[in-house]
Each structure stands twice: as C-alpha cells, then as structure tokens.
Design a protein around this ligand. Structure first.
Ligand code: GAR
Length: 216
C-alpha cells in the first residue's frame, strides 16, 4: 500500500512533530511526512524537520491580510504536494470553517486534555483547579468548533495532589508522544473511519490498541 502523504502544521518546539517523524522513520511506516509548515519563524520544530530531511516552510499569518488569505497560502502548498492528511501539532491558530470543511476528515489535531473537557488554552491549570483526578490528551478529527470532532485516541494520566501545571503538562506530554503516532498509524493503515461523528476501527467501536491506559 502506498504511504499516506502527510503535512504537519506547527507553531513551536515540535515535540509531537518529533514523535510523528520517529514513526515515519520506521522501515515499515505507513505514512511519510512530506512537508512541515510553521506560522512562526525560527521555532525548534522547523529544525527538527530539517534534521530529518523534511521540506519546511514558514507561512507567517502576520504577513497576510486576514485568515482566509493566510489559509489559502497553506492550502495551496498542501494541494501542490498532494497531501492526504494534515496533522496539527501545537499549531496555535484557529482555522476558519472554510478551511476545516475543505479538509474534513483529512485534518487531525492533538489537544492536551480529555475532550470534551477543557477545550481551549491552559488546560493543565484548569484541570488542577477543577480538582479532576484524571487528565490527559486527545487526538481527534477537526471540526469547525474549537477542539471538537470525532475522537481517534485518548490517554489518561492521574492528577496528583502535589502537581504543578508544569508537572502535569510533562506527564500529559509523554502520553501525547504515544497517542499521536498511534493515531497517525491507524489512519495510514486505513483502519479508521468516521461514522456519525464517531470513529470506528475496521468497522468496530473499539480496538485494543486504541486504548492506552497508563494508569493501570
Ligand atoms: C502540545 O501539548 C499540544 O497538545 C498543544 O501544544 C503543545 C505543543 O507542543 N496543543 C494545543 O494546545 C492545541 N490547542 P509541541 O510543540 O512540543 O508538540
């Protein structure tokens, strides 16, 4: 089966990008990262991509007259590379409905919370403040509403009484690096399908490898 052609959109350090690069570096990888686009120049994620021999591009939103023009520039690059799946990995710009619909079911995101809880920013602080006992991360298909869409993989971690937001974030990030490559692999192996806004794996509702429970 031909490798799935993937683009990754970033805004920062790119540790999740690195996890995807590492997956795609495996001999039998079902996906290849063709292009990494950052909306911020000089971020470490761009260096990670270059070190892996992946073409990079900076498309700075500040240089465009409005969101549509910015997204059109991204869309053109994705289109010209025949990209089949776009992975948002710490990409910190909201996308318009138009872009999201164009890439419907071909656009995925990782969010540092157990969606649908704690959409938006500062998820770790808010989880600690809310007193939840578990927090985590979610990989999901993107829909127009922020941090919504069919859930592909989630991982939970305990929230410890002594946790600072940074400590909790580090525990969650470790799991992000597990679930993002797993989600990409499942999609690239054509094991995932969206049905009625839920994800089915080979036609069934649950797949053992899609459930990561480091809590035990
Ligand atoms: C990750 O924790 C990711 O889940 C989060 O930004 C971080 C990026 O880190 N994304 C969001 O908050 C999107 N709403 P990374 O650049 O090291 O992958």
């Amino acid at each position: 089966m031909a490798k799935l052609k993937v683009a990754v959109l970033i805004s920062g350090g790119g540790s999740n990008l690195q996890a995807l690069i590492d997956l795609c570096a495996q001999d039998d990888a079902p996906a290849e990262i063709v292009r990494v686009i950052s909306n911020v120049d000089g971020v470490y994620g761009l260096e990670r991509a270059q070190q892996a021999g992946i073409k990079t591009m900076v498309i700075d939103h500040k240089k465009y007259d409005g969101r549509e023009a910015f997204e059109d520039a991204i869309h053109q690059v994705l289109d010209s590379e025949n990209i089949q799946l776009v992975c948002l990995a710490g990409f910190m710009r909201l996308l318009t409905d138009g872009f999201v619909q164009k890439w419907r079911d071909r656009l995925i995101n990782i969010h540092p919370a157990l969606l649908p809880s704690f959409k938006g920013l500062h998820t770790h602080e808010r989880a600690i403040e809310a007193g939840v006992k578990f927090h985590g991360a979610t990989v999901h298909y993107v829909r127009p509403a922020m941090d919504e869409g069919p859930i592909i993989v989630q991982a939970a971690v305990p929230v410890l009484p002594s946790d600072t937001p940074d400590e909790l974030a580090a525990r969650v990030l470790e799991q992000e690096h597990q679930i993002y490559p797993l989600a990409l692999k499942l999609i690239a192996q054509r094991k995932v399908r969206v049905s009625g806004e839920k994800v089915l794996y080979n036609g069934v509702a649950c797949l053992p490898e899609s459930v990561i429970n480091p809590v035990g």
